[in-house]
Design a protein around this ligand. Structure first.
Ligand SMILES: [Zn+2]
Length: 355
C-alpha cells in the first residue's frame, strides 16, 4: 500500500517518529447506534454487510482514521462449530445460548474449518475492504485459540477442569482451533490487508485462574504458533481484561511478560492499571505502543468533548516522545459512544499530534 496513512502507521511499527501521531478507534461495527441501517447479526453471515458497515463508519466521520481495525463477533469460529448465540436488536453483546463443547469428549467433535467454506464470508469482508480502501491500512481481529476454547467453543469451567484433569482431550481441541485460526489468518492476509489484531485474554479468566506455567503452555505456546505462521506488515497484540489478573498476584504487565509475544505493537486494557508512560518504559525497547483513549462514561462514551481532547493531549505528552506511539482505545468502544467523540479525537490529533 502506498499512502500517507500507511507510512504514518508503519513508522510507528518500526518505533520511529511519524509526521504525526496516528489514531484509530474500534468497536463492534456495525453494532453502533448511528450505523443502524446495517445489521450486526447479518454481518456475521454476510461478508459484504460487515465491509459495508465498516466503510459507512469511515464515511460518517469528519476526520479520517489512520487505520481500520475490523471486529467480527469474536465467537465467529465457535458459531461455525455449532455454538449458538442470541443476536437481538443490533446489540453488540450476543449472549451464549449453548456451546458445542459441553463435556470433555466433545473436544473431539471439532474439525478444521476451511477459509473457503465455513469461514468464507469473513474472508470476503477482507477482500472487499482491501479492494475498496486504497489509502487506509486494514487489520482484522484474530482471537487467541485458548480464548475461543473458553468463550464460545466451550466454557471457562470446561477448559480449566480439562487443563488439569484431561489435558490430552483439551490439547486435541486446542490443536484444531489453532490450525483453523492459522488457516483463517493467512487467508485474510492473502486478500491484501495490512495485518492482524491479535486478541488475548478476553474475559479475564486466564489472568485470574491460570498459573504462569499454565499461561505459557495453553495460551502463549498456541498464540506463538499463530503469530509466527502469519506474515504481514502489522501485528498488533491486544491484551484484554488485564487488570483482573494483574491486580491478583501475577504482575504480568509490569514484569514485561508480554515481551514473549512476536508482535510489532501492543494495546491493552486497561490504562488506569498501567498507564502509557509506564508501558513505554517497560515495553518501549521491544514494541510500539497503542492506547490513551478512554472509552468510559468519564470521556468518550458520554461525548465529553473537552475531556476527550484533554485525554488526547495527555496521551501524546506522556507517550509520544521519540515516536513508536499510536492513539487507540484500551478495548472496543461501546456501541452507544456518540459520533462526536470520534470526531473530537480526530480534531485533537491534528491539534496536538504533529511532531
Ligand atoms: Zn479487549
Amino acid at each position: 500500500m502506498e499512502s500517507e496513512r500507511f507510512e504514518r502507521v508503519m513508522a510507528v511499527m518500526r518505533r520511529e517518529v511519524p509526521d504525526r501521531v496516528p489514531w484509530s478507534i474500534w468497536g463492534h461495527f456495525p453494532a453502533v447506534n448511528w450505523l443502524d441501517y446495517y445489521s450486526w447479526e447479518l454481518a456475521q453471515r454476510n461478508g459484504e454487510e460487515a465491509a459495508r458497515g465498516h466503510m459507512a463508519l469511515i464515511r460518517e466521520l469528519d476526520y479520517k482514521m489512520d487505520l481500520l481495525k475490523v471486529t467480527p463477533f469474536y465467537r465467529f469460529m465457535a458459531m461455525q462449530w455449532g455454538s449458538k448465540f442470541n443476536f437481538k436488536d443490533n446489540e453488540e453483546d450476543a449472549p451464549t445460548l449453548s456451546t458445542t463443547v459441553k463435556e470433555t469428549k466433545d473436544w473431539e467433535k471439532l474439525w478444521v474449518l476451511d477459509p473457503k467454506k465455513e469461514l468464507r464470508e469473513f474472508v470476503r469482508t477482507n477482500e472487499i475492504l482491501s479492494r475498496d480502501l486504497r489509502n487506509t491500512p486494514v487489520i482484522y481481529t484474530i482471537p487467541s485459540p485458548i480464548i475461543q476454547a473458553m468463550n464460545g467453543v466451550g466454557t471457562p469451567e470446561r477448559v480449566i477442569e480439562d487443563m488439569r484433569k484431561n489435558p490430552d482431550a483439551l490439547k486435541q481441541g486446542m490443536e484444531i482451533i489453532t490450525e483453523t485460526t492459522i488457516d483463517f489468518a493467512k487467508a485474510c492476509v492473502d486478500t491484501g490487508i495490512q495485518g492482524i489484531f491479535y486478541g488475548i485474554g478476553g474475559g479475564g479468566r486466564i489472568w485470574k485462574d491460570f498459573t504462569v506455567p499454565e499461561l505459557e503452555k495453553w495460551a502463549l505456546a498456541y498464540d506463538k504458533k499463530v503469530l509466527e505462521a502469519v506474515d504481514c506488515e502489522i501485528k498488533m497484540l491486544h491484551i484484554c481484561s488485564t487488570p483482573e489478573g494483574n491486580a491478583q498476584d501475577q504482575n504480568l504487565m509490569e514484569s514485561g511478560w508480554f515481551k514473549k509475544y512476536p508482535v510489532d505493537i501492543i494495546n491493552w486494557d486497561a490504562h488506569d492499571y498501567t498507564w502509557l508512560d509506564k508501558a513505554k518504559e517497560i515495553y518501549g525497547d521491544t514494541f510500539a505502543i497503542c492506547g490513551g483513549l478512554d472509552r468510559s462514561y468519564d470521556s468518550m462514551r458520554s461525548g465529553k468533548i473537552d475531556q476527550v481532547e484533554a485525554d488526547v493531549k495527555k496521551a501524546i505528552e506522556d507517550a509520544g516522545e521519540g515516536g513508536g506511539f499510536m492513539l487507540g482505545p484500551g478495548c472496543t468502544v461501546y456501541q452507544d459512544q456518540p459520533r462526536a467523540s470520534y470526531n473530537a479525537v480526530g480534531r485533537a490529533v491534528i491539534k496536538y499530534g504533529y511532531y
